[in-house]
Design a binder for this molecule. Structure first.
Ligand code: COA
Length: 168
């Protein structure tokens, strides 16, 4: 446990439920919008495919654990195919990031620590880039930019961002 009251560990198959919680949090990042329920997220393949069948071969991620041993945040990476792309799809060998932190743990550095660790894991696995999609109004965009993600494509209200891990 670090001095900030949480520690990081690798995500495992047992984290499927918590990753789904964090996916639902990411979908519902904007408190001004009507929340999408967990059930509705899970029947919407475009959203659910970030966690479906977790862990698939090639999936990896990191979970932040609070003082009581319970997860407080997670970041994970999954490869998508051109036929079934994620919102931030760049190409089939660039895994796409999902990240979320429990509301009571936000703005305490957990998200930044998760991003740094999952990027380290990706580099260790030999990936040259990781990607994500973020709505432009989401403050998370500033976090991604400050961690080294740059915008490679802009839609009407969202951006695809890429972090280069190695110049292969
Ligand atoms: C985005 C999120 C993962 C960031 O995690 P966090 O632990 O709150 O982030 P940190 O404390 O490490 O803050 C890092 C940066 O994130 C941004 N940030 C801070 N609080 C934030 C908040 N409540 N919401 C979004 N971004 C925030 C700031 O740019 C901050 O930089 P600073 O510390 O220099 O001010 C988390 O706020 C969250 O789960 N939000 C809802 C879900 C979401 O938006 N997921 C991403 C979808 S693309």
């Amino acid at each position: 446990m670090g001095e900030d009251g949480y520690s990081l560990r690798k995500a495992t198959a047992d984290d499927a439920g918590f990753l789904t919680d964090m996916l639902v949090a990411a979908v519902n990042w904007d408190p001004a919008r009507q929340a999408v329920s967990r059930d509705r997220v899970l029947v919407n393949h475009q959203l659910a495919h970030y966690v479906e069948d977790w862990p698939r071969a090639g999936d990896f991620g990191v979970v932040a654990i609070g003082p009581d041993g319970q997860p407080v945040g997670a970041a994970w990476l999954r490869l998508f195919s051109r036929d079934d792309p994620g919102y931030g799809f760049v190409c089939e060998d660039v895994p796409e990031l999902s990240v979320g932190v429990l509301p009571s743990w936000r703005s305490r550095g957990v998200g930044r620590a998760l991003l740094a660790e999952v990027a380290r894991q990706a580099a260790e696995r030999g990936f040259a880039r990781i990607c994500l999609s973020v709505e432009r109004a989401n403050r998370a965009r500033g976090l991604y930019a400050s961690e080294g993600f740059t915008t490679v494509e802009s839609g009407s209200d969202s951006d695809t961002m890429v972090m280069v891990l190695s110049e292969r």
